[in-house]
Design a protein around this ligand. Structure first.
Ligand code: ARG
Ligand code: ZN
Length: 870
């Protein structure tokens, strides 16, 4: 345990370190009950003059020996996770021999045991749990790493870079030496020791170099690595073509680990993945899992340039690598599959998760100004909103200049640790545009709202749009200055076709983008021969909320005819949302006709792909609904959404039945956008069909489950059964699932989350689930399946007794002692307490307060809980 009280770190206090580490030579000796780490760090003073003390980070280091230039040092201090020694020269070698205990390391940060293997996770500040270091990203060194371990138990020994030596040590032990010639910060360090199966391949880069590709997994998972390997090759090729980025080392490795706090980690040449984010088979992985694996493999690979070759100066720049890399992986997925569908899913994710974060007590800018625990800032704001900001830069400069700017960025800052300002400066330099005001997107938190009003003057054939932007205060930021907001737009005629645009605003004809810079902007369009229907914010060209009181007729035209498929979807969502809000306020009034009209049209539209149909027929989530009401009364939200869902289920029961049947396929499983779209739509149709109350639907669902040869069909069947109220049938299927799949880690995780997300699950049931042999509180994936799944289960989580809230709070306290990072993630699900009706609000607040009463709270949990209550 740390003894100090949590300290706030501020961006404005950044200064360079007193010393640089140029080279790190590590030997990691793994023994049964402890691990010895011997490090030789080549250090030099940053600057000249009198020599300040050398202060190194180190957590839970059992010191055996400290030396400076071969001389034993006895005069050092080690307290509050910092080692202080006094150098006597400006260039020297620091040596430390320490013992650490990976077997007891349940935080899964630093070196730890995952099942039978050892692995590491160093980002953000885990390296200091391995050895003493200047553990900050602006300190970049080359690394040589030697691993020693038992030969039989750990035949595979891996680290960053290229393998340069290996051999026997006697005593059944062996060693391997890896050398990484590229300078990197310690957060990109990795080491693995295990008995692992390996799948090999090669990739020839654009300049003709052959790179070995290797994916490692535990033996029983050896058959699940093919898809990730293919994804990796696609990513490598794409990054060459789209961004001109070639891979640099001779070898690229991925290791799958069952115990992992996040999705994956981009360690140089040695990515370590949560096994759930890399292992795939049609038997055990659903289509969305395949999608996710491909995207994460790409994301981590892309970091080799956006993150590793060019890294962050300090952790306030996290979005420099994460926002940009999320942007890059989204572009990759769009190119591989269906651009519009990818955009729709990303925007839904942003609205469901980032908008609430931006509107709540933990709102922070894409570039935070301060933090207590950096691990708390791996957020949807830094990642997904950060990617939107990069996307807006792209929108503003266009394809060609964006590529030119990114080339300049990679070239100029290769091997350096830089800032988001440096990135934007490259875009300024290539485009000549001034992004000073634009940079407010990095520094101001909160989601701006844009209010739009329109006026058509038939006589003068003029159409006027007035935009007014406003951003509510967020914690610590009361005053907001206007943002630069790119509005990609068109004016539609009554046929739904784009009309030519002439206007007096800052309008770019090529990109069809109107740029807003002021609090209010009025734009006059001339030669407009009929009253147009404005299609605004096409493809969600800015992360804003839009209030535009268009007529129902106009909305309908957009929903049915807009040439921009994203905006068609958006119009439909708005109609559903309005309907649900109406049902919320006047439940007795019934569902309006326009809904049936849209649903019918979407079902029948032969031009829509199945994937598009599926998103067009999906009702907005509870999250989105919550985001659009002032006070959340869960019962009323549930009633409104269920009324609409039930209405559609019954009204179109025949169509759902017909669709379910016609979308069935007996062909072999293929993962591609078209097939995945077909299965997705079938799952949706089946869900509606079951909700119509049909017994045939339930039998169909069960049969689909039982006959399935792939996980998507299986889960479509199972989910539909879990939506019914046939408890016996549900128990039978869940029992069957467990009997068949209890030896498969991914299937167990699915089995747990299926139950935690099922309709009507109770806290008692969660408790028995956690007593089941399949559960392990030390395993983040299992905890996420149960606790995370439950928190997404709107109906059960908001159960009237408030038991759901207290359950989560109790789990946070329990997890705090085991794995603070995982514990802290769940605080977020309670932070919106102010938005609820009084009883719920009090219950949630009480749950949060009960966390603070626990002793030994980690900085992770403390920071977020205090913020949530502040
Ligand atoms: N950099 C990793 C990624 O690609 C994630 C690291 C998350 N670290 C953390 N402490 N939460 O997104
Ligand atoms: Zn990342």
């Amino acid at each position: 345990m740390r003894t100090e009280t949590p300290v706030t770190i501020r961006l404005k206090d950044y200064k360079q370190p007193d010393y640089w580490i140029r080279h790190a030579e590590l030997t990691i000796r793994i023994f049964d009950h402890f691990t010895q780490v011997e490090s030789h760090l080549t250090i030099e003073q940053n600057g000249t003059g009198h020599l300040p003390p050398l202060v190194l980070d180190g957590v839970e280091q059992d010191i055996k020996e400290i030396e400076l230039d071969g001389e034993l040092v006895e005069n050092f201090s080690y307290e509050n996770d910092r080692l202080t020694v006094q150098p006597v020269k400006s260039h020297f070698v620091f040596k430390a021999v320490t013992h650490i205990n990976p077997n007891e390391n349940t935080s899964l940060e630093g070196l730890y045991k995952s099942g039978t293997m050892y692995c590491t996770q160093c980002e953000a500040e885990g390296f200091r749990k391995i050895t003493f270091y200047l553990d900050r990203p602006d300190v970049m060194a080359t690394f040589t790493t030697r691993l020693e371990a038992d030969k039989a138990l750990y035949p595979v020994l891996l680290s960053n870079g290229n393998p340069i030596d290996q051999g026997d040590l006697g005593d059944n032990r062996h060693f391997a030496v890896w050398d990484d010639p590229f300078v990197k910060p310690a957060y990109l360090f990795a080491a693995v020791a295990g008995d692992l199966a390996r799948q090999d391949d090669t990739f020839v880069t654009q300049s003709g170099r052959e790179v070995s590709l290797r994916i490692f997994a535990e033996h029983h998972n050896a058959h699940k690595t093919q898809f990730a390997l293919e994804s990796l090759k696609r990513s490598m090729k794409w990054d060459e073509e789209r961004f001109g980025r070639e891979y640099d080392l001779d070898i690229f490795m991925i290791v799958a680990s069952d115990f992992f706090n996040m999705g994956a980690m981009e360690n140089k040449g040695l990515n370590i993945f949560n096994s759930a984010a890399v292992l795939a088979s049609e038997e055990t992985s659903s289509d969305d899992r395949f999608d996710r694996i491909e995207a994460i493999v790409a994301h981590e690979y892309f970091h080799n340039w956006s993150g590793n070759r060019v890294t962050c100066r300090d952790w306030f720049q996290l979005s420099l690598k994460e926002g940009f890399t999320v942007y890059r992986d989204a572009e990759f997925t769009s190119d591989m599959h269906d651009r519009t569908v990818k955009r729709i899913k990303d925007v839904m994710f942003l609205k469901n998760h980032q908008f609430p974060e931006d509107g709540g007590p933990s709102a922070h800018p894409v570039q935070p100004q301060e933090y207590i625990e950096i691990n708390n800032f791996y957020t949807v704001t830094v990642y997904e909103k950060g990617a939107e900001v990069v996307g807006m830069l792209h929108t503003l400069v266009g394809d060609k200049l964006f590529r030119k700017g990114s080339d300049l960025y990679f070239e100029r800052f290769d091997g350096m640790a830089v800032t988001t300002d440096d990135f934007v400066a490259c875009m300024t330099e290539v485009s000549g545009q001034d992004f000073t005001q634009f940079k407010r997107w990095y520094t101001q938190a909160g989601t701006p709202t844009v209010r739009v009003t329109e006026h058509y003057d038939a006589e003068n054939q003029q159409y006027k749009l007035a935009f007014q932007q406003h951003c509510k205060p967020t914690p610590g930021q009361t005053e907001k200055l206007p943002f630069v907001i790119p509005v990609r737009m068109a004016l539609l005629n009554s046929e739904g076709q784009d009309m030519p645009i002439t206007c007096d605003g800052e309008f770019n004809e090529q990109t069809q983008v109107l740029t807003l810079r002021e609090t209010t902007t009025e734009v006059v369009f001339s030669n407009v021969s009929e009253k147009p229907v404005a299609s605004l914010f096409r493809d969600f060209s800015a992360p804003v909320r839009v209030h535009f009181e268009q007529s129902q007729e106009d909305r309908l035209l957009l929903a049915l005819r807009d040439g921009n498929a994203f905006n068609r979807f958006d119009a439909v969502q708005n109609i559903y949302l309005k309907e649900m809000l109406a049902l919320l306020n006047q439940p007795e009034q019934g569902v309006s006709e326009v809904i049936d009209q849209i649903v019918k049209a979407s079902i029948e539209d032969a031009d829509l792909s199945n994937a598009m149909k599926s998103v067009m027929l999906t009702l907005p989530s509870y999250q989105l609904l919550m985001d659009n009401v002032d006070v959340v009364d869960p019962q009323r939200l549930i009633a409104a959404r269920e009324t609409l869902k039930k209405h559609l289920a019954v009204q179109f029961a025949e169509q759902w039945a017909a669709m379910t049947q016609s979308l069935a396929s007996a062909d072999d499983y293929q993962f591609n956008a078209e097939e995945a779209g077909r299965r997705e739509l079938q799952g949706l149709a089946l869900s509606y069909w079951v909700n119509s109350g049909s017994d045939d639907a339930l039998s169909y669902a069960e049969a689909l489950y039982r006959a399935a040869h792939n996980q998507t069909d299986r889960l479509n069947g199972l989910r539909a059964v879990l939506e019914s109220d046939e408890t016996e049938r549900q128990q039978a299927l869940l029992g069957h699932f467990y009997r068949h799949w209890h030896n498969d880690t991914q299937m167990i995780e699915t089995w747990l989350s299926m139950q935690a997300t099922a309709d009507g699950v109770t806290v008692e049931q969660l408790h028995s689930l956690m007593e089941h042999e399949a559960f392990d509180i030390k395993n983040p994936n299992k905890v996420r399946s149960v606790v995370g799944g439950f928190a997404m289960n709107f109906k059960s989580f908001h159960d009237e007794q408030g038991a759901g809230y207290q359950f989560v709070a109790d789990m946070i306290v329990k997890l705090n002692a085991i794995n603070p990072q995982i514990a802290a993630r769940f605080v977020k699900v309670l932070e919106s307490w102010r938005k609820f009706t009084p009883m719920r609000s009090e219950q949630m607040q009480a749950a949060l307060t009960s966390i603070l009463a626990a002793s030994d709270l980690s900085p992770d949990v403390l920071e977020l809980t205090q913020k949530a209550l502040a």
